[in-house]
Design a protein around this ligand. Structure first.
Ligand code: ADE
Length: 373
């Protein structure tokens, strides 16, 4: 009697998958300035911390030049801990989500003050640092110390949901929690150190380059033999789409006030909230649709009829929680107007565009203050 083909043991599927991940990663890992060769050597934990925090909400192509500038200026955790915050924000320019830079600064200071300048070496201890969550802790523990812990973000969650054909959203906290334990179990089948580390980073790389949200390249995927979504035709329906909620619209007007010497007015945003402590052109936000940006600007700066406000552009800027509709106005100011404006906005100062370019400026305000110059 012919024997029925036996179902592979689940451990066997994981073992074959984890080993395939390592082979694939060795052949396909992208060159990145924070990824030393040969792959699998222990990395500098500080460099991992910086690069992985930068990569959390920003694309690789934007991170690469910023990372190199940042490490050149702050080569060690002490140099970062001792740096003034405005210098750090200035080097974070263009990466967005500046809270990350402040948390990174706080983490560096905590390492220096509470750990004698040496980064903790376990994911558990790393989670005790300010701003270091499960993802960053796993990245540092795994890439720098070879702890067999997988770094799991939305990309890895998507890979694993498809791999096991589970219907869930990739940013659903329950799915992410499931993916963390699933990924840890999977990478531990890869073999002796540093194979689990390589398998873990391979999952990240696979999610970024092959198992993409749309049009995944299953034909070149090292997991194709064992992927249940592929076998059952569910790749396009997993992960399930997230319900898109409408984000409220905020209107904003930024006024580029320029004096006869070519200096422009800047002010510092409040220490809390969106773009905290960053430099901007005087900017007023309001929610009432019916008001005109020019009227709002005139009123806020008490500009008389002799001030000629010109509209330079309008653009929208979407953040996680709000949609901003910006209007940019420009105006040439006389010395008399300057004095009156300064009385309205006490924190205001004047700087050349060259000086502003070296400060912490968000990409929105770089567009407002520096565009075309
Ligand atoms: N995205 C963020 N971190 C990554 C890493 N270490 N490897 C590949 N892609 C990544």
């Amino acid at each position: 009697m012919a024997r029925k083909p036996s179902k592979p043991h689940p451990g066997a599927r994981d073992k074959a998958t984890a080993q395939a991940l390592v082979r694939w990663f060795k052949a396909n890992a992208r060159e990145m300035p924070w990824r030393p060769r040969p792959l699998g050597i222990k990395r500098d934990p500080y460099v991992v911390l910086v690069s992985e925090i930068m990569l959390q909400q920003t694309q690789v192509s934007r991170v690469a030049p910023a990372f190199e500038r940042f490490i050149a200026r702050f080569p060690t955790i002490e140099s970062l801990a001792n740096a003034p915050e405005p210098d750090i924000l200035a080097l974070w320019s263009g990466l967005g989500y500046y809270r990350r830079a402040k948390m990174l600064h706080a983490a560096a200071q905590a390492v220096v003050s509470d750990h004698a300048g040496t980064m903790p070496s376990t994911s558990h201890a790393l989670k005790g640092l300010p701003g270091v969550g499960a993802y960053t802790a796993a990245a540092v523990a795994s890439l720098a110390f070879h702890e067999p812990t997988a770094m799991v973000d939305g990309n890895v969650t998507r890979v694993l949901l498809r791999f096991d054909a589970r219907r869930a959203g990739a940013s659903d906290p329950k799915a992410i929690a499931w993916a963390r334990s699933r990924a840890d179990a999977l990478i531990r089948h890869a073999g002796p150190t540093p194979a689990p580390t390589l398998a873990g980073e391979a999952l990240m790389e696979l999610g970024a380059t092959v198992c993409t949200p749309r049009s995944p390249r299953c034909d070149v995927c090292p997991l194709r033999t064992w992927c249940v979504a592929r076998a059952t035709g569910l790749t396009d329906t997993i992960p399930t789409p997230k319900r898109t909620k409408q984000t409220p619209t905020v209107r904003a007007v930024s006024i580029v006030l320029e004096d006869h010497a070519g200096r422009v007015a800047i002010e510092t945003r409040p220490a809390k909230g969106m773009w905290a402590s960053m430099v901007q052109a005087p900017t007023i936000e309001w929610a009432d649709d019916s008001r005109d940006a020019t009227d709002v600007a005139r009123e806020a700066l008490a500009l008389g009829p002799s001030a000629k406000l010109r509209e330079r552009e309008r653009f929208t800027h979407q953040t996680t929680h709000r949609r901003f509709e910006f209007t940019v106005l420009t105006v040439r100011v006389t010395d008399r107007m300057k004095r009156s404006i300064e009385r309205q906005r006490p924190g205001l100062s004047w700087a050349t565009r060259e000086a502003i370019a070296g400060m912490g400026v968000s990409s929105v305000q770089a567009r407002v203050l520096l565009n075309g110059h």
